[in-house]
Design a protein around this ligand. Sequence first.
Ligand SMILES: [Fe+2]
Length: 443
Amino acid sequence: MVRDGHVLGWAQDASQPRCRLVVEIYAGGVLLGTARADRFRPDLAAAGIGDGKAAYTFALPSPTPDRAALAARVAGTHYWLVDEGAAGKSGDHGPIETISPDWSHAIADATAFRREQQALAHTWTFLGLARHVQKDGDWLRASLATREVFVQRFGNELRGFENIRPHRSYPLPHERGDCRAPIEVATCGALVFGRFPSEHTKESLQDFLAEGFPILEALSRMPEKPQTVVEKIKANWKLYVHITLDDYHAPYIHAATARSSGGHFNPREITYRQFGAHSCFLMTSDTRAFDRMVAGCRNGSYGASHYSIFQIFPNLVVSLSCSDGDNWHCCLQQFIPQAHDRSLLRAFVYPSPLSAYRSRHARVTRLLTDPIRNRLAALMFRRISREDRDACERLQEVHRIHPAPRLGGLERRIAWFEKTYRDAMNVPNPISGNQRSSSAGDI
Ligand SMILES: [Fe+2]
């Protein structure tokens, strides 16, 4: 439990009751410190927990991390402790939700990962930018559910196909002129999506993106060539998606970056919204902000006014952020699965096409300052993405396999994502309720 800025709990190895354990305390996947579970508690002694000397206390740093972000485990083990004091409580942002106990199978197991990717092959997936296939004959290469695909322009039409090469030196399909293993291709604004055909998936891209379609259409209009960032990640793609979906990690993982950029986070100024298979986070307490954004993007009147981030299932994240009053940037993040423990992040950073320029002076100086500003925005993004990457790589090593993590209110979008993920896997929805994670104790 958490009380007066302290994590309180107990831990004991029943097979070695005299052996005192060390407990690690985490916030948002980051290790805060350790505590020795050797303090006497009369209720433990009365309950027959060894000699009763199994309690620990850990003083949290200031500002106190969100309770939902805290986790504790027995050092050097996979035993995660249960916060019994928090079970069933809602906090300010809704109830704690439980996701499927097998949520991490494809993270830990190569065979489960291959099964997952086979199922996701039929989901509309972001492949690349239409600016790369503007002229007749232009083509782009992409990864669709770990399979290599090509998209090529033939006049007004984009066609896609899987690249099946018997050996390395065999010509690529666009070089041979044939189109083997066609894939379905569709665009939303400047974004190209694809999927492998299936008799069960007939939904158009527009229907799939739902209210997100006009938003992506508007946000993807790039005023200039984007800055591109590519990062190799030694972690599963879903861990990186999760970290874009929780809203507590930023003050801890990005504390230094946020301070240097003047960023701030106020949990009371948050609006969540689910649309189709997707979700968004808007940094505003205005619950009608999303509807206003959809309508404004449709009729071209929307101007950027608050930080927004859209998670497009399965692996595209689009954000709109501001570095100062007049300068907004968009960032497209594509998480490309490569193996159960390896992914690639590709990101495009560019000035927001949604005008927020308030003064004539700003409009004029923007022409001169944007090239520098865009490079700085890409540098800042690279720094933030590396902080997220490091956290994901640690999570890949310590991810909780048994059971599912209980999610706090600030992780609601992870629960939505996991439900959509299970639907895509075509398996029954997860059961709800709290589950114990270890035999050791509580936090
Ligand atoms: Fe982050």
